[in-house]
Design a protein around this ligand. Structure first.
Ligand code: GLA
Length: 537
């Protein structure tokens, strides 16, 4: 994958700095995938000429130059299996086979992607009447198909769908594990894997794939874009280290309003989703093309830290999303003021909640404009279905004093909806950020964890837990591996109560876990830290 990295590095460094500081930003992780995919516009109605024309257009429209380097053939290329079980390309659509398509894509200096299913039948066979998709999935043919697609045909990316797997009632983790082993057996280490299970599949996904879908299929409507953003708001803990939540292929250039397109692209960028264009590149409207080529937004997406923005604050109907860019806990952060509602949304955001102090420089990344310096607050009114995306640079980075449950990592969490009583993020009007985590505990591994609890100098703090729990429950708190037990915590129904314990933090990052090895723990809203001897904030 290393040969891909320069792309992300190039776009990131164009944005962040000039040559002298470039060495600091050499990434060690793969950035989110960028390219074009056939599904959104063409569904199964694809052919060799069409794919090659889109690959040509990617280049002539200047998209390769800004980092879009994948051409992904989605569902629709399947022909038939011969007597030995070997898959062949669709006779009419791809009369020369699939290798020539990959070769053509490679000849343009691009990378090629292909599609399959973890079960026996493809989604196209179910939803698009594609009879050739019956029996075309990987199930029963893992190594044979993978060798063909990856080694013989030479594809560099594979999206693995789950319609067939779902119909057969297969176990997701086992299936994807077996397929990934087949991919590893090819000896190719640069293949990019996408798990397409239409919901956050579980923390195992990041061991196997570069990205995993978190929602059902996108369509070119505001409702769909808003729904997918909603699904990803509280999944920031699972993106990182070169592995990403996939918000699905882009519907830019397919009829959204200009403001909605900015939300779509801007939020996909700040959340570090893969960026796979889904429109016809030969007829894309000028404004949509300009947006897709916005280097300042692309740099957020391809940033060397590879982080997903999290919801720092809710304000009226809006969300304030933030993430570090360029340097962890540095002076520069990216922020989005996102208004999904039908009315204007007023944002009054104290910059201290974004951990930035002093005079703060602001740049509008959508409009490519420097703004007046901010002093203490962001005051903005954002129109309906709109977003502002800014890069902020403060004079000081402030120590955080509050950690929301909805930012935390839950090792046992998934969004597959199959396990009753599963730990999960839950809306809660009484909780800060209007979210909490429920169903913590019952077994040692079912905890909630914050891995980057930061103290500038270390030392003695009061740690206050905000929790709710109508019946008395035990809470075990592990700080850097050392456990303290709080017995019989309870709160009035649905109300949030607090309990404070003294702790000693190390300088730098600390790890806080909360759980209960045997019974249920209280629901957790957040915790705060107050340095001993400092004034209450
Ligand atoms: C599923 C996937 C889509 C697309 C189709 C192909 O619906 O989620 O992205 O790949 O299958 O049939």
């Amino acid at each position: 994958m290393k040969n891909l990295l320069w792309m992300g590095w190039l776009s990131a460094s164009l944005f962040v700095c000039s040559a002298p500081c470039a060495a600091k930003h050499v990434p060690s992780i793969d950035p989110p995938l960028m390219g074009w995919s056939s599904w959104n516009t063409y569904r199964v109605n694809i052919d060799q000429q069409l794919i090659e024309k889109q690959a040509d257009a990617l280049i002539s429209q200047g998209l390769k130059d800004v980092g879009y380097i994948y051409i992904n053939v989605d569902d629709g290329f399947f022909g038939y299996r011969d007597a030995s079980g070997q898959m062949h390309a669709h006779r009419e659509r791809f009369p020369n086979g699939m290798k020539v398509v990959a070769d053509y894509i490679h000849s343009l200096g691009l990378r090629a992607g292909i599609y399959s299913d973890a079960g026996d039948n493809t989604c196209g066979s179910i939803w698009d009447n594609d009879a050739n998709g019956v029996g075309a999935g990987l199930y029963g043919h893992d190594q044979q198909d993978i060798d063909l697609y990856i080694k013989e045909w030479g594809y560099d990316f594979i999206k693995i769908d789950y319609c067939g797997g779902q119909d057969l009632g297969l176990d997701e983790e086992e299936r994807y594990d077996a397929i990934c082993k087949a991919i590893a057996n090819t000896g190719r280490e640069d293949v990019s894997i996408n798990i397409c299970r239409w919901a956050f599949p579980g923390t195992w996904a990041s061991r196997m794939a570069r990205s995993w879908r978190i929602s059902s299929d996108i369509n070119p409507s505001w409702k769909s874009v808003k729904y997918i953003i909603d699904k990803n708001l509280y999944l920031s803990a699972y993106a990182g280290g070169g592995h990403y939540n996939d918000m699905d292929m882009l519907e830019i250039g397919r009829g959204l309003t200009p403001n909605e397109e900015e939300v779509h692209f801007g939020i996909w960028c700040i959340m570090s989703s893969p960026l796979l264009i889904g429109c016809d590149l030969t007829t894309i409207p000028e404004a949509s093309l300009r947006l897709l080529k916005n280097k300042e937004l692309i740099a957020l997406n391809q940033d060397s830290l590879g982080l997903q923005a999290y919801v720092a604050l809710r304000q009226n109907d809006g969300y304030v999303l933030v993430k570090d860019i360029e340097q962890k806990r540095g002076l520069t952060r990216a922020v989005a003021l996102y208004n999904p509602s039908e009315n204007f949304c007023r944002f009054s955001v104290p910059l201290s909640t974004l951990e930035l102090g002093g005079k703060v420089k602001a740049r509008d990344l959508i409009q490519h404009k420097d703004l007046d310096k901010l002093n203490g607050m962001i005051e903005q009114s954002v129109p309906p279905h709109s977003v502002l995306i800014w890069k902020l640079t403060g004079e000081k980075r402030l120590e955080p004093n509050s950690y929301e449950a909805e930012w935390a990592y839950l090792p046992c969490y998934d969004d597959l909806g199959q396990k009753p009583k599963l730990i999960h993020y839950e809306t809660s009007a009484q909780s800060s950020g209007q979210m909490k985590v429920s169903n913590i505990g019952g077994k040692a591994e079912n905890y909630i964890e914050w891995n980057e609890v930061y103290s500038e100098q270390g030392g003695a703090y009061d740690l206050t837990v905000y929790y709710s729990c109508p019946k008395p429950r035990k809470l075990e708190i592990c700080l850097n591996g050392e456990k303290q037990t709080l017995d019989k915590l309870s709160s009035d129904k649905d109300q949030v109560s607090t309990v404070t314990i003294p702790v000693v933090l190390r300088p730098g990052y600390n790890q806080v876990r909360m759980g209960n090895d045997f019974g249920w723990a209280p629901d957790i809203d957040r915790f705060t830290l107050q340095k001993k001897g400092s004034a209450t904030q």
